[in-house]
Design a protein around this ligand. Structure first.
Ligand SMILES: *[C@@H]1O[C@H](CO)[C@@H](O)[C@H](O)[C@H]1NC(C)=O
Ligand SMILES: *[C@@H]1O[C@H](CO)[C@@H](O)[C@H](O)[C@H]1NC(C)=O
Ligand SMILES: *[C@@H]1O[C@H](CO)[C@@H](O)[C@H](O)[C@H]1NC(C)=O
Ligand SMILES: *[C@@H]1O[C@H](CO)[C@@H](O)[C@H](O)[C@H]1NC(C)=O
Ligand SMILES: *[C@@H]1O[C@H](CO)[C@@H](O)[C@H](O)[C@H]1NC(C)=O
Ligand SMILES: *[C@@H]1O[C@H](CO)[C@@H](O)[C@H](O)[C@H]1NC(C)=O
Ligand SMILES: *[C@@H]1O[C@H](CO)[C@@H](O)[C@H](O)[C@H]1NC(C)=O
Ligand SMILES: *[C@@H]1O[C@H](CO)[C@@H](O)[C@H](O)[C@H]1NC(C)=O
Ligand SMILES: *[C@@H]1O[C@H](CO)[C@@H](O)[C@H](O)[C@H]1NC(C)=O
Ligand SMILES: *[C@@H]1O[C@H](CO)[C@@H](O)[C@H](O)[C@H]1NC(C)=O
Length: 818
């Protein structure tokens, strides 16, 4: 009776699936049955991946209670069953699991893993940890597993699962990505513990290294300071004679969390959020470009906080002199002065906060002191660097590198460790002690996991909402690369959600008095959170359709970007048909409210203006090149540059931004949107935009900052030129300094060199032909260098205010919607 009741209950819930808790030699698991863990946390059964044809069936383990089926393990990854009504999982008396197809062939089996002949009465159980185990019925001891799925991970590592080596059996537990979200077969990406040299986690793309965490230095992985003890988990690294593995230990059993290698080769820690009913990203260690393996080549070092990512280590020079401007610097560096090993003329330079180079071929001793280590390195002429093996406490152990050093990166603070690089003594003259370097900048804040879980929500819901609304609209835009990868990655957005009431209270119920501007798609309000933090709230007007696209755009772009010259998005709010973006508040409003205002422009000294120009250049450089996406802003203008308390510029308003794929450099759009006066000729007239159109807008801005007047509507008695034409004329007549704002001209210690340099760069940026304009890396270099060797600018695009402009205006209007 009870059994019947249970059966009815199960039938009504879980159409025709019968759940059990054990599997024995006499009772195989049928296609229409599943195995449940004792507390119903995990479930083992047959499944077909979402979006697939229902013709490929797999045996897998998923979270029982999570509505979007999330697989943590798949048995027959490369050998699917083509008919669901035939699958059969059995365990034989030896304890071997086998999966049979319709014609009773084993398409998958566990043997090789189990110790044959050990079992007599094997029982198969699914534990609450997600581990599928075969145990001998009498000795149910936790360590007595005859076989366990934890030893053969798929693409997911749960807390408690080991990743790494059993040195006695040679078992290597590693993650392998799925081919795609609908195809569990072995993908190209493998994440594993490489035990050669100094052990570390390595991501491979096929046979090539794509990313390494840096070795465990006793405290953390040298290259991923984000992975450290927190409220959710604690990373543990175990190394002894028998085992070498990494493991995370849960710090909070109520949080469901997993490390997941997605089909794009991105390793992330995800946490289940009940309220949005989706997985949110809590740690993404590969988020910046310096994580690309060997980006800066041999003896090169990467730093995301510097305008030029790659530089050579001190004492080394680029192999190819043009390299400094390229992102991919695989050319690397070579010594400026040869070593003098045999005469004992070598010294070491200390580098601090670095991710140590690839240590596959390093030599390690775990007990030597740093002094012994140095002596050991000096004695061997092919030794190029050394470091401590373990940095906790006062440091211990010794690692030696031989030959080229590759995949180094520098952290601004808080990551990495000291590395001592061998140099010829002659190179050390004039080197300051690297430990006393003062120009360190704070690292990007890694959002506290606790905060995200506890109080904030992530935008997956937003994603679905927007997608739903969007699909209702006619004329779907072609999905660009980022959107694809966002969907691929299951809509994981790294963006906190605010409660509607919080925002409503903060903005005084969206009172008119709090409106501080009009954004691309609706009003912008000032607000104050209960903790006193000031915010700016962009609210999407309810009937703005075009706004919806821009809103979505902005969410996607900005949530992934972090740079000190980009305005920071704190979160968003989606509730009661409301969609809002919440930004940090910029007390000094926008740049145009200063430079074009007679009184306020007095507050901008030349030094400030020069800093602002450089800051905007760095922000734009980041968008064009350094962020993992390559982004074109499309609406750069003084009004979209906000100023913080210290008058640091921050680029804002990404509503029109576009992401560019790898080799794509130019695109065409039917919808020319942007602001006259800042639009490049090819964009305004033909709808062609590229990074060079942003460079054009930036050039206009430089000239406006120098001159204090708007390009659009510029008037100079006696001619029809706009600001660009006027500047170009003055430049050609060697009178460029006359362009400078009167307010600035009065300054005592005005650097004529800097002023002329800015005008020069500005004119280069606004040249008619996009190919003539410099790229942003060049612009940054030009602004920062004292070299006088810049090309002469050619004629700017749009240099007449009236006649030509009105013609183009008419032409361009046909491209515009309104
Ligand atoms: C499960 O499948 C088996 C064999 O295909 C069949 O005999 C049995 O009736 C099915 N049970 C349910 C509940 O559908
Ligand atoms: C769906 O089936 C077609 C043809 O049967 C096949 O080409 C395609 O790869 C299948 N797609 C998936 C996701 O299995
Ligand atoms: C796959 O099967 C499920 C249920 O078995 C069904 O809901 C779904 O529509 C099917 N999908 C396809 C693409 O046939
Ligand atoms: C799957 O197997 C069942 C039972 O063996 C059979 O009746 C059915 O035709 C098969 N379906 C396919 C698509 O092969
Ligand atoms: C079952 O598996 C065997 C071996 O992999 C294969 O040769 C056979 O075609 C499969 N049968 C079916 C019906 O898929
Ligand atoms: C992986 O390697 C392939 C082929 O070498 C390359 O095309 C692809 O861009 C790589 N993917 C990543 C994410 O590195
Ligand atoms: C590193 O050093 C600390 C203290 O000096 C010690 O407790 C720890 O076990 C060491 N770690 C390793 C991996 O040797
Ligand atoms: C790790 O963090 C948790 C919570 O933040 C804390 O309770 C625990 O003491 C920490 N453990 C260590 C070893 O620092
Ligand atoms: C490591 O160095 C210590 C101290 O110099 C020495 O006693 C020990 O034998 C070395 N171990 C190895 C494996 O070389
Ligand atoms: C220097 O170290 C390398 C790598 O361990 C080794 O092959 C070589 O024999 C050493 N040379 C000397 C002189 O010790």
């Amino acid at each position: 009776m009870e059994a019947l009741l249970l059966l009815l209950l199960l039938l009504s819930f879980d159409s025709l699936t019968l759940s059990r808790d054990t599997l024995t030699p006499n009772q195989p698991l049928l296609h229409n049955q599943t195995l449940l863990s004792p507390n119903q946390i995990f479930e083992l059964g047959f499944f077909t991946p979402t979006n697939s044809n229902n013709t490929s069936w797999y045996l897998g383990i998923w979270f029982h209670k999570i509505p979007t089926r999330t697989l943590i393990w798949v048995a027959n990854r490369d050998t699917p069953l083509d008919n669901s009504s035939s699958g059969l999982l059995t365990v034989n008396t030896n304890g071997d699991l086998s999966l049979f197809n319709q014609t009773h062939h084993a398409v998958w089996s566990s043997n090789g893993g189990s110790v044959s002949g050990r079992a007599h009465n094997p029982i198969v159980r699914l534990l609450d940890s997600g581990n599928l185990v075969v145990v001998e019925s009498e000795s149910d001891a936790p360590n007595g597993f005859i076989w366990q799925s934890y030893d053969y991970p798929s693409d997911t590592l749960l807390d408690g699962m080991k990743m790494g080596w059993d040195l006695k059996t040679g078992l290597n537990r590693k993650l392998t990505s799925w081919k795609s979200l609908s195809d569990p077969s072995m993908g190209d990406f493998v994440y594993e513990l490489d035990r050669r040299g100094l052990p570390e986690m390595v991501m491979r793309n096929g046979s090539a290294k794509a990313f390494r965490t840096g070795p465990w230095n006793g405290v953390q992985f040298s290259g991923t300071p984000e992975v450290k003890n927190n409220s959710i988990f604690k990373p543990v690294f175990v190394s002894n004679d028998e085992e070498l593995y990494f493991l995370s230990v849960s710090n909070d059993e109520s949080v469901i969390s997993r490390l997941y290698l997605n089909p794009l080769g991105e390793i992330r820690r995800l946490t289940w959020n009940e309220r949005v009913s989706d997985w949110i990203v809590t740690i993404n260690v590969q988020k910046d470009i310096c994580n690309r393996y060997g980006l800066c080549g041999v003896y090169g070092i990467c730093n995301v906080d510097e305008p030029v990512l790659c530089k050579c280590l001190h004492g080394f020079v680029p192999n190819s002199p043009d390299d400094w401007i390229r992102v991919d610097w695989s050319g690397g560096c070579r010594r400026r002065t040869g070593l003098d090993c045999h005469k004992g003329g070598d010294v070491f330079q200390r580098l601090s906060f670095v991710k140590v180079p690839d240590s596959t071929f390093s030599w390690v001793n775990e007990s030597m002191s740093l002094g012994e280590c140095q002596a050991k390195c000096l004695k061997n002429c092919s030794c190029t660097a050394y470091a401590n093996f373990n940095i906790s406490g006062s440091g211990s152990g010794c690692v030696l590198w031989f030959d080229g050093l590759i995949d180094l990166r520098e952290f601004s603070a808080g990551g990495g460790q000291d590395l001592y690089v061998r140099l010829a003594a002659a190179e050390l003259v004039g080197v300051q002690d690297p430990g006393s370097k003062k120009k360190k900048r704070p690292v990007a804040v890694i959002a506290s996991v606790t905060v995200i879980i506890g109080t904030l929500l992530i935008g997956a819901i937003l994603w679905h909402l927007i997608e739903r609304t969007k699909s209702r609209q006619r004329g779907e835009e072609h999905l660009n690369r980022e959107e694809d990868s966002a969907t691929e990655a299951q809509g994981e957005l790294e963006l906190p959600l605010f409660e509607f009431v919080t925002v409503e209270t903060a903005t005084n119920k969206f009172s008119h008095g709090n409106i501080i501007g009009e954004g691309g798609f609706g009003p912008v309000y000032k607000g104050e959170l209960p903790n006193g933090q000031e915010i700016a709230v962009k609210r999407l007007s309810k009937n703005s359709r075009q706004g919806l696209n821009e809103f979505k755009n902005e969410v996607i772009f900005i949530s992934k970007l972090q740079h000190r010259n980009l305005v920071r998005l704190l979160g968003c709010c989606i509730q009661r048909e409301e969609m809002m973006l919440i930004y940090e508040f910029m007390p000094n409003k926008s740049l145009d409210s200063f430079i074009f205002d007679q009184t306020r422009s007095n507050l901008l000294s030349w030094k400030k203006r020069f800093d602002i120009i450089n800051g905007i250049a760095l922000g734009l450089l980041y968008l064009h090149r350094d962020s993992r996406l390559r982004i074109i802003h499309r609406d750069l203008k003084a009004a979209n540059v906000l100023l913080d308390m210290e008058m640091n510029p921050k680029i804002s308003d990404f509503g029109l931004a576009k992401i560019f794929g790898g080799d794509e450099t130019e695109a065409n759009t039917r919808r020319v949107v942007g602001t006259y006066g800042y639009m490049s000729p090819e964009y305004a007239a033909d709808g062609l935009f590229s990074m060079k159109s942003d460079v054009y807008s930036f050039g206009v801005m430089i000239l406006e900052i120098v001159n204090g007047k708007r390009n659009k509507g510029f008037y100079h008695p006696g001619n029809d030129f706009n600001l660009l034409g006027h500047a170009w004329n003055l430049w050609n007549e060697d009178r460029a300094l006359e362009l400078v704002d009167e307010v600035v001209v009065m300054e005592d210690k005005l650097s004529r060199f800097e002023v002329l340099r800015c005008i020069h760069v500005g004119l280069l940026c606004v040249q008619q032909r996009p190919d003539d304009r410099p790229t942003m890396p060049s612009v940054v270099m030009m602004l920062g260098s004292d070299s006088t060797n810049l090309p002469q600018p050619r004629q700017p695009g749009f240099y007449y205010e009236r006649s030509l402009w009105t013609k183009v205006h008419r032409q361009a209007r046909s491209f515009l919607r309104k």
